[in-house]
Design a binder for this molecule. Structure first.
Ligand code: NAD
Length: 93
């Protein structure tokens, strides 16, 4: 199995947003396990269309970050996409 065939578990912060949800959907369509965390529901897709698990949480709260990451790391590997992270970071600034 090459590195490109390897399936990941990906956690996307701000995953219900425009960029985040489309990244989630692309990764899910490629067979990766996708955890989306956002403080609002996605308006572009049903949960089952773009992620495997959705958390409706405020990610400014450390305890919420821990809960989401604990689940994601429980699967295997996690990755916070910098695009979505920067997006929601800019939103709260
Ligand atoms: N059809 C279109 O062309 C279209 C549609 C939507 C957006 N846009 C544009 O694309 C740009 C990029 O979109 P984007 O994806 O960066 O922005 P976004 O606002 O869609 O995504 C950011 C996500 O972060 C989430 N978020 C912010 N703070 C959070 C917190 N504390 N806890 C949890 N989640 C939190 C928001 O709820 C949101 O879902 C936007 O600025 C917008 O102008 C275009």
């Amino acid at each position: 199995m090459s590195d490109t065939d390897k399936k990941l578990t990906v956690c996307v912060a701000g995953g219900a947003g425009f960029i985040g949800s489309h990244i989630c959907k692309r990764l899910k369509d490629e067979g990766h396990t996708v955890v989306s965390a956002d403080w609002k529901k996605c308006q572009y897709f049903e949960d089952s269309e773009y992620c495997d698990k959705f958390y409706l949480v405020d990610l400014r709260v450390l305890e919420n970050q821990k809960i989401v990451l604990r689940v994601a790391t429980g699967f295997s590997t996690w990755l916070l996409t910098w695009v979505a992270w920067v997006s929601f970071s800019l939103t709260i600034l």
